[in-house]
Design a protein around this ligand. Structure first.
Ligand code: NDP
Length: 446
């Protein structure tokens, strides 16, 4: 008999869910984590990022407060206070995750684990264990380019730990992390330059919505260098960085953040030797049941490079546990996964963009609402929201919802149910508006 029914490698969102649920079904479960319980999302991703986004919002809220009658003394932002409070909150959540595992009698190994065979694992301490099933949930890691001076740059792993707020920060990339941190640092008072290899950012989102983000960001004072690449980084004696560029003038900065994608964490795990098939980016290839090419080895989350989002990893982990330990087999439905970028302002989308719908469906209708939120109007903040519905012209079904504006992700989460439920534009029209809200625009587009 093997030591465990399930051995999970990686205690992030996917790994913890799979371990906890499988254990609740009665499986004998162990989990190994070489860094901190909670993984990217809790320790250096979604959670601390969202807390920084909240912190960043105060910059504008405190400015706008005057128009609402509040006499706010001169505001001053203290990065170490927010940083340390955020890190303390992360530690609190890490402890809660750990408690969840121990309460379910999951054995935690706080060390690196490697696979030595289809059912065998070796821990860093040298201990060998066996398991009927092994689940790899090791996530992904930031990609850093191989350029001269790269040791002077940081990734999203280090950004939460900065000693001081950078006066000038350059952010490389035009995806989620770049867009979110451009907003965060700008609100804190840093001068932000976003460098992107093309003139398209947030490629997978509806480009009309993304254009609005660029417009608003430019007006706020965020600098964009499109069609530009970073060639070399030199650190000067005073600690500042000289960044040599192609496509634009060289840039002087106090920090450089690379946010050019993340690659699956599969190296050195013993996967090749065990015969686990991997793709070009090093991702573990799995079937719809999260099973790799080795029948006893499974993988969920970013390490499989399907959709790199926490709630997707959690779904995959739940499906894995239900299927193999809960006797209720099911598979994850990857259609219509809502997503959001916590930029300033945030944007969110679900379903097909206008471009995708035109390509796939041909005949479509789009409805947009371009409006200034009531709060922004009174505050004198010239920042307009944009909501868009993409409708299948042949049957009136809403196939995409895209939004930018205050609270867009909160509103879109509820609206995403409509897409999943295959609702029609006429269903939205038939719904009475809830006034005065921003969300009411969704049912008032004609
Ligand atoms: P993204 O995949 O979102 O974006 C990567 C960006 O870097 C793109 O603009 C891409 O350009 C550019 N890029 C890629 N390779 C290179 C290169 N070699 N040189 C220059 N530019 C390059 O990655 P992130 O790092 O921002 O985020 C990683 C993942 O984490 C995301 O995919 C997302 O799934 C997840 N995440 C989700 C968040 C959320 O849900 N709100 C927040 C943060 C992260 P191009 O478009 O031309 O390929």
């Amino acid at each position: 008999m093997a030591d465990f029914d399930l051995f999970v490698i990686g205690a992030g969102s996917g790994g913890v869910r799979a371990a906890r649920v499988s254990a609740a079904y009665g499986a004998r479960v162990a989990i190994a984590e070489e860094y901190r319980v909670g993984g990217t999302c809790v320790i250096r991703g979604c959670v601390p990022k969202k807390l920084l986004v909240y912190g960043a919002h105060f910059a504008e809220d405190l400015e706008d407060a005057a128009m609402f009658g509040w006499d706010v003394p001169k505001k001053r932002f203290d990065w170490p206070t927010l940083r340390d409070n955020v890190l303390a909150e992360v530690t609190r959540i890490e402890a809660a995750y750990t408690d969840t595992l121990t309460n379910h009698e999951v054995t935690i190994f706080r060390e690196r684990a490697e696979i030595t065979g289809p059912n065998a694992i070796r821990l860093a301490s040298g201990k060998q264990v066996t398991a009927d099933k092994i689940l790899i949930a090791t996530g992904a890691t930031p990609v850093m380019p191989k350029i001269e001076g790269i040791e002077h740059a940081i990734s999203s792993n280090e950004v939460f730990l900065l000693d001081a707020l950078p006066k000038r920060i350059v952010i490389a990339g035009g995806g989620y992390i770049a867009s979110e941190f451009a907003g965060i640092f700008h609100q804190f008072g840093s001068h932000v330059t976003l460098v992107n290899r093309t003139d398209v950012i947030l490629r997978q989102y509806d480009q009309q919505i993304v254009d609005r983000l660029i417009q608003i960001s430019l007006r706020k004072g965020i600098d964009f260098k499109f069609h530009s690449t970073i060639d070399k980084i030199d650190r000067r004696d005073d600690g500042s960085l000289h960044i040599s560029m192609t496509g634009c003038d060289d840039i002087e900065a106090s920090a450089l953040l690379f946010a050019t994608g993340r690659k699956p964490n599969t190296s050195g795990l013993g996967l090749e030797a065990a015969g686990v098939e991997m793709g070009e980016k090093g991702q573990i290839k799995v079937d719809a049941d999260n099973r790799s090419s080795v029948p006893s080895i499974f993988a969920v989350g970013d390490v499989t490079d399907r959709i790199q989002l926490t709630p997707v990893a959690i779904r995959e982990a739940q499906a894995f546990a239900d299927t193999f330990f809960g006797n209720t087999p099911h598979q994850v439905d990857y259609s219509c996964v809502p997503s959001a970028v916590f930029s300033h302002p945030p944007l969110a989308g679900v379903g097909m963009t206008e471009g995708e719908a035109r390509n796939k469906l041909g005949q479509i209708k789009t409805y947009t609402s371009d409006f200034r939120a009531m709060k922004n109007a009174l505050a004198g903040r010239d920042e307009r929201s944009l909501y868009k519905l993409v409708v299948d012209g042949s049957n009136d079904r809403i196939v995409g919802i895209h939004m930018i504006g205050p609270d867009a992700p909160e509103i879109l989460q509820a609206a995403a149910v409509a897409i999943k439920g295959k609702l029609k534009k006429s269903d939205f029209d038939a719904t009475v508006a809830l006034h005065p809200t921003m969300a009411e625009e969704l049912v008032l587009m004609r």
